[in-house]
Ligand binder design. Structure first.
Ligand SMILES: Cc1ncc(COP(=O)(O)O)c(C=O)c1O
Length: 427
C-alpha cells in the first residue's frame, strides 16, 4: 500500500519531525472530522468528545447555526482590524456581553484567554495606578509572560522560562478536600497583606471561580463573597477569570454567579466563539475607560468571523436553554460518578459545579496521596473504549469531564458508561 501525503502528515513520525516536543499531546490520535459530541480519527474510529477542545465547545463541534453565521460573515468581511475601520458585529457582541454581566459595562475583544488576562491587568493598573497583582495557587491564566507568572497550577508550565513578571503574589486557593477551608484561605490573604504587600498597592485580585487546570475545584460562595468585600474595602479590582468556567459550563452563565457577587472585570474566552479565537474583557465602564486611547488593542482582536461565531453562540444558548442543560447534564454525571465512587474508593473526591465535574484519584482514601498513574490509565483506557477525556490538577491525578452542553442524555449516558468501564479496568 502506498502512503499518501495525508497519511504522512497524520503520522507520529511527521509530528515529531516538524513540531517541537514542548507542545505535548494528550491523545496520540489525528482527528479529521467532528460533529456535535463526536469526533472521528484518520482510521474512521468514532469517539465521544468529553474534552470539548479544553472547554471551547460548549455548543458542540460545528453547531449548524454557528457554521452558517461564520459562512455568511466570510462572504461579507474577514478582517479590517477594528482599530482601523469598525464593523457592526464587534459592537453588537460587546453590547450583548455587557448585558450578560450587568449595568453600565463596556467590553473589549482579543484573541486568547491569556491576552484577555493580560489586558484585564493592564486595565486594573491604569484604573488604580497601582502595580501589584494577587493570584491563587492552582490558578491557570495562560502562557504569555504575565499570565504565566500568575499561573501556579504546575511548575511544568513555568520550567526555566523566567525571569517572570514583577509584583505578582500567590495565596492558597480554598480546597476543602485537602484541608484548605475558606477561612484558612482568607487568613492567608490577610497574612500576605500584613507581611509582603500592602493592599493599597494591589491593583487586582484575579481568581477562577472554579479552578480549571488546577483541578476543577470550586471556590466556596462564602470565600468569593469575602474576597469581594475585601477587594471593595481596599479599592482593588476584582477580576473573575471565566475563561474555562464561563459560558454556562457551571450551570450559571458565569461561575461567579453561584456566589451572587459582581466582579469589576470578567475575562471570557474559549466557549465564547465555539472554536474561533476570541476573548473578551467585560467590566464596569469607569474602570474599562481608564486606559487612554491607543492603550488597548491588537491586530486580530474581535475578528469579524469570531464575532459572528460568538453572536451565534449566544443565540444557541438562548434557543437551546444551554445554561439549564448544563445543570441537568451535571446532575446526571454527578449521580453516576458518586455511584462509581462507592465501588471505587480510590476515587477520593467527586466535585465541581454544574457540568464542570471531575474525579480525583488517590492511592487510598485515607492518605489521599495523589495517584497520577491511575488517572493516566483511565484516560488511556477510555480513549481505547471511544471516549476522550482530559487530566488536570497540580499532581495530574484529576480526570475532568467537559462534554458539550448540547450533548444528548443518551450521549452522556454512553460517555459515562465508557468512563466507568475505563475506571474499573484501570483500578
Ligand atoms: C482559566 C483559564 N484562564 C486562561 C486560560 C488561557 O487561555 P488561552 O489558552 O486561550 O490563552 C486558560 C486556558 O486553559 C484557562 O483555563
Amino acid at each position: 500500500m502506498t502512503m499518501t501525503k495525508t497519511d504522512f502528515y497524520a503520522s507520529i513520525a511527521a509530528r515529531e519531525r516538524f513540531v517541537p516536543r514542548g507542545l505535548a499531546n494528550t491523545h496520540s490520535i489525528f482527528v479529521t472530522r467532528a460533529e456535535g459530541t463526536r469526533v472521528w480519527d484518520v482510521d474512521g474510529k468514532e469517539y465521544l468528545d468529553f474534552t470539548s477542545g479544553i472547554g471551547v465547545l460548549n455548543t458542540g463541534h460545528r453547531h449548524p447555526h454557528v457554521v452558517r453565521a461564520v459562512r455568511e460573515q466570510l462572504d461579507r468581511l474577514m478582517h479590517t482590524c477594528f482599530q482601523v475601520t469598525m464593523y457592526e458585529p464587534y459592537v453588537e457582541l460587546a453590547a450583548r456581553l455587557c448585558a450578560l454581566v450587568g449595568e453600565a459595562r463596556k467590553a473589549v475583544l482579543f484573541t486568547t484567554g491569556a491576552e484577555g488576562i493580560e489586558n484585564a491587568v493592564k486595565i486594573a493598573r491604569a484604573h488604580t495606578k497601582r502595580s501589584a497583582v494577587v493570584a491563587f495557587s492552582g490558578g491557570f491564566h495562560g502562557r504569555t509572560l504575565l499570565a504565566l507568572t500568575m499561573t501556579a497550577s504546575s511548575p511544568g508550565y513555568r520550567q526555566n522560562f523566567g525571569p517572570f513578571a514583577a509584583d505578582v503574589y500567590h495565596v492558597p486557593f480554598p480546597d476543602e478536600y485537602r484541608g484548605w477551608t475558606a477561612g484558612k484561605a482568607i487568613a492567608a490573604l490577610e497574612e500576605l497583606f500584613s507581611t509582603e504587600v500592602m493592599p493599597e498597592h494591589v491593583a487586582a485580585v484575579v481568581i477562577e471561580p472554579e479552578l480549571g487546570e488546577g483541578g476543577f475545584i470550586p471556590a466556596p460562595a462564602a470565600f468569593l463573597q469575602r474576597l469581594r468585600a475585601i477587594t471593595e474595602q481596599h479599592g482593588i479590582v476584582f477580576v473573575a477569570d471565566e475563561v474555562q468556567s464561563g459560558f454556562g459550563r457551571t450551570g450559571e452563565m458565569f461561575g461567579y454567579q453561584h456566589a451572587g457577587i459582581e466582579p469589576d472585570l470578567v475575562v471570557m474566552a474559549k466557549s465564547l466563539a465555539a472554536g474561533l479565537p476570541l476573548s473578551a474583557v467585560v467590566g464596569k465602564a469607569a474602570i474599562m475607560d481608564a486606559p487612554l486611547p491607543g492603550g488597548l488593542g491588537g491586530t486580530y482582536g474581535g475578528n469579524p468571523l469570531a464575532c459572528a461565531a460568538a453572536l451565534a453562540v449566544l443565540d444557541v444558548f438562548a434557543a437551546e436553554g444551554l445554561v439549564a442543560r448544563a445543570a441537568s447534564t451535571g446532575d446526571q454525571i454527578r449521580a453516576a460518578l458518586t455511584r462509581l465512587q462507592t465501588r471505587v474508593p480510590r476515587i477520593g473526591d467527586v466535585r465541581g459545579l454544574g457540568a464542570m465535574l471531575a474525579i480525583e484519584l488517590v492511592t487510598d482514601p485515607a492518605s489521599k496521596a495523589p495517584d497520577a498513574d491511575f488517572a493516566q490509565r483511565i484516560i488511556d483506557r477510555a480513549r481505547d473504549g471511544g471516549l476522550l477525556l482530559l487530566k488536570c490538577g497540580p499532581h495530574k491525578n484529576v480526570v475532568r469531564l467537559l462534554p458539550p452542553l448540547t450533548a444528548s442524555v443518551e450521549e452522556i449516558t454512553a460517555g459515562v458508561e465508557r468512563l466507568e468501564a475505563a475506571v474499573l479496568d484501570a483500578v
